[in-house]
Structures are given as structure tokens and as C-alpha cells.
Design a protein around this ligand. Sequence first.
Ligand SMILES: CC(C)(COP(=O)(O)OP(=O)(O)OC[C@H]1O[C@@H](n2cnc3c(N)ncnc32)[C@H](O)[C@@H]1OP(=O)(O)O)[C@@H](O)C(=O)NCCC(=O)NCCS
Length: 155
Amino acid sequence: MTTTAPENFARPLVRQARREDLLAIYRIEQASFDQPWPFTAFESYVGEPGFLVAADSTVVGYVVADVIPTHARDLGHIKDLAVHESRRGEGIGAMLLVNALSVLNSTNVDSVKLEVRESNDAAIQLYRKYGFEHRWRNPEYYSDGEDALVLVREF
Ligand SMILES: CC(C)(COP(=O)(O)OP(=O)(O)OC[C@H]1O[C@@H](n2cnc3c(N)ncnc32)[C@H](O)[C@@H]1OP(=O)(O)O)[C@@H](O)C(=O)NCCC(=O)NCCS
């Protein structure tokens, strides 16, 4: 697949999400997932270093990453990632993921985990490309009964 941006689009930049981005983020979330996060969930992450958007004239994608404290080393968590349907295949998802990993790498974490639907080939390919490996399966993790694959990337 190509990651070259169509010529009529500026290359989006990745920056921290702001309150005024939330409506655009929420619309992408609703269009991307059968069980979208509620608006208030995004609101609660504004100001967090791992809540990033890719934006040119408008928001075209976002990622939410945070740190789960554990009794041993803290664990990074990619909690949500989506790109506007019309802008997929341009390298934006990869850009968001790389930036989120960089934020997590600057904290006290050794590894990062995420859950992905076992049928979500595009996302699984993306995560594999950036070093995530399948570690275990959470049966019926999603409310429609689909299993989640748990992928982990070590730093
Ligand atoms: C998954 C998603 C974020 C990928 O974003 P994207 O901007 O289209 O991805 P990129 O263009 O950065 O692609 C990077 C890599 O991901 C993989 N990839 C992306 N789309 C793919 C597809 N349709 N089929 C197979 N692999 C794909 C490829 O390895 C690609 O690298 P390549 O271009 O060198 O082949 C996007 O498809 C999306 O928003 N999906 C709906 C929401 C979702 O499922 N989020 C993940 C939840 S866990």
C-alpha cells in the first residue's frame, strides 16, 4: 500500500489534543467503531501528554495513550487510535502511533500493551510493523463477543 499523501492534502502534523478538537475526534470515533467511546471519555484526557491528534486544516486522526501503574514497572497502554476514513493509507496512523510510543518511552515504562479485535487486519498489520507482538487473547472482550488480541511492544 502507498503512504504517499495525495497532492491536494497538506501533510498533517501531530500535536497534543485540545478541547476544540474534541468534536472532530468524537466524529471520527463514531464513524470508526461499533462501540465508540463517549465524548466525556475524550474530555477527560485533554491535557494528557499521550492524547495526540494529527491535524492539517482539520483533525484527521488521534491516539490516546497512557501509563498503567503496576506493582513492578509501569506499563504503557495504547487505548484508542483512529484515522478519518477518507485519510487512511497515508501514513497518518503510523505517525500517531510512533509519536504515542515516543511519549510513553519518555516515561518510566519498559513495555506497551494494547487490545485489538482479532478481525482488525489493518490495525494488526500496523502494530506488527511497529514492533508489537501477540502475547495473549482476551476471550469475548468486546460486547459483541469478539475476542481481543493483546499485543505488547518492549522498549
Ligand atoms: C488502523 C488505522 C488507524 C490505520 O491508520 P492508517 O493511517 O490508515 O495507517 P497507515 O497509512 O499509517 O499505515 C501504516 C501501516 O499499517 C498497515 N495498514 C494500514 N492499513 C492497512 C490495511 N487496510 N490493510 C493492511 N495493512 C494496513 C500497513 O502495515 C501500513 O504500512 P504500509 O503502508 O507500509 O503497508 C485505520 O485503519 C483506522 O482508523 N481504522 C479504524 C479504527 C481502528 O481500527 N483503530 C485501531 C483500534 S485497535
